[in-house]
Design a protein around this ligand. Structure first.
Ligand SMILES: Cc1cc2nc3c(=O)[nH]c(=O)nc-3n(C[C@H](O)[C@H](O)[C@H](O)COP(=O)(O)O)c2cc1C
Length: 345
């Protein structure tokens, strides 16, 4: 692709963000069925990939036509070799992770640690750019800490080194999820570079998207926790209105994930153990779903609904079960899925 086509690849998209565990293949497939067009692998550690590890993370389903691989690492030559392997395995684009906050990654100098070394970060981008021709994005944060906010400086360096788009998660590394994402800084990044900036942080409803579109120059978006809580969010954001499924529809969603996970991991004893582990993990997000209204959205502002408590705890026992954070209730839901003992949509 020509450089301009590579940039166009990232224009006006609402994509599923890269997520370790959450971005497992069957869950991405579920989101794809619910309207997610652009999907991304879980974070792949470049140094492991070049040594023959991490291969399962490169897999994608045929339905995932715009599937990318996210790489993390700090050595330009290793990242370049890893990108070649990912493209040979079918990645339609490469995303470079310069935002991972995990101690294990940061202590090794990768992920968000590279925000403190912008020239090194640019050297990684340059090496990957030379190695592969597919669209290339970077994913950064506002900075390493509140005292080290440098996204407006880092982004142009990444672009000069060959990035076709810059994803910006509107928080610092130290901040984790404590405060709402700062979209005015994401907007400043968009003013500083000529490539698409992909805004990221706290998109949970169609009203969030509408607000960010109205108040910033951002046209492309990444959705992470919103997709984990309600995989139909992509259809909702496209429609511009809530598409809240009823209770049978929510059971149908869980059943569909179960089927896709069984297809992927297997439904023998070993496979089912993995399916169960992922299913229970996903329940940790699914139970947070609520039929949020525009009034709830306005009442929570300027905080995000992701930061707010559920405004109206359900009274109906079945809805209470689905909203429960109790691990015993999650076991119960899993058992009902296994026994096909649930309303279906
Ligand atoms: C379970 C989970 C796993 C994540 N794993 C990754 C990852 O592997 N790579 C990455 O760049 N970001 C990762 N993130 C961060 C998200 O991509 C995103 O930047 C962040 O959650 C903010 O978006 P949100 O407010 O829509 O959740 C992860 C987030 C979650 C919730």
């Amino acid at each position: 692709m020509e450089p301009s086509e590579n940039r166009d690849f990232f224009r006006r998209i609402v994509a599923m963000a890269p997520m370790a565990t959450g971005g497992n293949l069957p869950y991405r497939r579920l989101c794809r069925e619910y309207g997610a067009v652009r999907t991304c692998s879980e974070m792949v550690l470049a140094h492991k990939l070049v040594k023959g590890g991490e291969r399962p993370l490169l897999r994608h389903h045929d339905l995932e036509t715009d599937f990318g691989v996210q790489l993390a690492g700090k050595r330009p030559e290793v990242m370049a070799d890893a990108a070649v392997i990912a493209v040979e395995a079918g990645a339609a684009f490469i995303d470079l992770n310069f935002g991972c906050p995990i101690d294990l990654v940061v202590r090794k100098g990768s992920g968000a640690a590279l925000l403190r070394r912008p020239r090194k970060l640019a050297a990684v981008v340059e090496a990957v750019r030379k190695a592969v021709a597919v669209p290339l994005s970077v994913k950064i944060r506002l900075g390493y800490s509140q005292q080290e906010i440098n996204c407006v400086k880092v982004a142009p360096l990444a672009v000069a080194a060959g990035a076709d788009a810059v994803g910006v998660h509107g928080r610092t590394r130290s901040q984790r999820y404590r405060l709402s994402a700062d979209w005015s800084l994401i907007d400043e990044v968009a003013a500083a570079v000529a490539v698409p900036v992909i805004g990221n942080g706290d998109i949970l409803t169609c009203w969030d998207l509408e607000k960010r579109r109205r108040e910033t120059r951002i046209e492309s978006f990444l959705v992470a926790r919103g997709a984990l809580i309600k995989p139909w969010i992509f259809a909702e954001l496209k429609a511009g209105r809530p598409l809240d499924p009823d209770v049978p529809g929510r059971w149908a969603m869980m059943r569909r994930y179960f089927e896709l996970a069984c297809e992927h991991f297997g439904d023998d004893e070993k496979g089912l153990t993995r399916v169960k582990r992922f299913f229970l993990w996903h329940l940790g997000f699914w139970h947070r779903y609520y039929r949020w209204t525009r009034e709830d959205f306005l009442a929570a502002a300027p905080s995000s609904l992701l930061q707010a408590r559920n405004p109206h705890p359900p009274a109906d026992p079945m809805q209470q079960l689905l909203a429960s954070a109790d691990p015993d209730d999650h076991q119960l839901i899993w058992q009902r899925i296994l026994d096909k003992d649930h309303p279906s949509g």
